[in-house]
Ligand binder design. Structure first.
Ligand SMILES: CC(C)(COP(=O)(O)OP(=O)(O)OC[C@H]1O[C@@H](n2cnc3c(N)ncnc32)[C@H](O)[C@@H]1OP(=O)(O)O)[C@@H](O)C(=O)NCCC(=O)NCCS
Length: 318
């Protein structure tokens, strides 16, 4: 068995198979378009790879993708070293080939390959839809994951924001955001955030539904960015940097109002420790155990803290 980086033809072949897992509600043709567009996006062009595990006859046994993101690791002198971390996505084994350890072997080989060939590598992360056990075998550790669900807001807004953000405002919005003061964190670039908006644009076009008019808001020094998950009828908060309880309330109200105008059913916010107490005090907020997308982290070098000490904003999902 050996690891192969897929070429364009091999990626297209995998798209036909992975439709079964991730295609709905798109048609096969629409899903193939989705994949091509996502791979053509600037963030994907800058470091996305599709990996294949092949047997000796060259048959593909299983596949996954990796995306590069920025990360920062503090050393013993409290100096922060910039590096790369890798988001693993779309792990897929055809039904007939499942249960033989292929996906586990792929996870092991991809991590070793990244350790060997990526001098700046700090961590590999993934978001498990199949629980922690399978990836735990390859050294990934899970982080308990909770979501906050907020109803959309059709009535008057009580807390005003200073302005709403459009796609073009993402780089400036990201630059305003405070980075976490923790030993290790990953941080998306503007292109990575825009990749979520590209997904939004793709689904809006293919499913013929309106996009929200804004992709975020600012109030005072606080900033939020969000994206529509058209498939689920939700607005997901990608990043939330709220400097006060009042600001958090204003930004989330703006998100709820935008979700209402776009015909969505709720706003979903991944729980993070800094803003959790404020969100918990919002009268309509409910805390739900996350269904899927369980963050898991595997160090690719020494010196990383425990996975539970690493922040995971939704913008880091792929
Ligand atoms: C998950 C998947 C990649 C596993 O591939 P595989 O080659 O069979 O993986 P392995 O043989 O290495 O490991 C199989 C393990 O995965 C577990 N698994 C598979 N699907 C699962 C699910 N939906 N929920 C929980 N565990 C699951 C199996 O129970 C098995 O566990 P065990 O060995 O501890 O009994 C494959 O089932 C698949 O492609 N599923 C559809 C796409 C998907 O959900 N991908 C994962 C996204 S995070």
């Amino acid at each position: 068995m050996h690891l192969v980086v897929a070429n364009e033809a091999q990626k297209a072949e995998r798209d036909h198979l992975t439709y079964a897992a991730w295609g709905s509600p798109l048609t096969v043709e629409q899903f193939l378009q989705r994949e091509l567009r996502l791979r053509a996006h600037a963030w994907s062009q800058d470091g996305m790879r599709t990996w294949l595990l092949c047997d000796d006859a060259g048959q593909v046994l299983t596949s996954c993708e990796t995306f590069r993101t920025h990360s920062f690791l503090r050393d013993s002198e409290c100096q922060s070293t910039p590096g790369d971390s890798f988001i693993i996505a779309s792990v897929f084994t055809e039904t007939a080939l499942r249960g033989h350890g292929h996906a586990t072997r792929l996870m092991d080989l991809v991590a070793s390959e990244l350790e060997r060939t990526e001098p700046r590598a700090q961590a590999a992360v993934l978001y498990s839809d199949v629980g922690p056990r399978i990836y735990g075998r390859s050294g990934y550790r899970e982080v308990p994951a909770w979501d906050w669900h907020l109803p959309v807001l059709g009535g008057p807004v009580l807390h005003k924001v200073d302005s709403l953000l459009e796609d073009k405002d993402v780089p400036a919005a990201l630059a305003r955001m405070r980075r976490p003061e923790v030993p290790f964190f990953m941080w998306p670039g503007a292109e990575q955030v825009d990749w979520h908006l590209e997904r939004e644009r793709i689904y809006a076009e293919l499913l013929r539904r309106p996009r929200p008019r804004a992709c975020g808001a600012v109030v005072g020094a606080s900033t939020a960015m969000w994206a529509m998950m058209a498939r689920h009828g939700e607005l997901v908060v990608l990043m939330l940097d709220a400097r006060s309880e009042e600001d958090a309330a204003a930004l989330l109200e703006a998100a709820r109002a935008q979700a209402h105008k776009a015909g969505l059913s709720k706003v979903v916010l991944w729980e993070e420790p800094d803003t959790m107490p404020w969100v918990a005090r919002l009268p309509e907020a409910s805390r739900e155990a996350r269904d899927g997308s369980l963050p898991m982290l595997r160090p690719l070098r020494e010196g990383l803290p425990a996975a539970s000490d690493v922040p995971f904003p939704r913008a880091l999902w792929a």
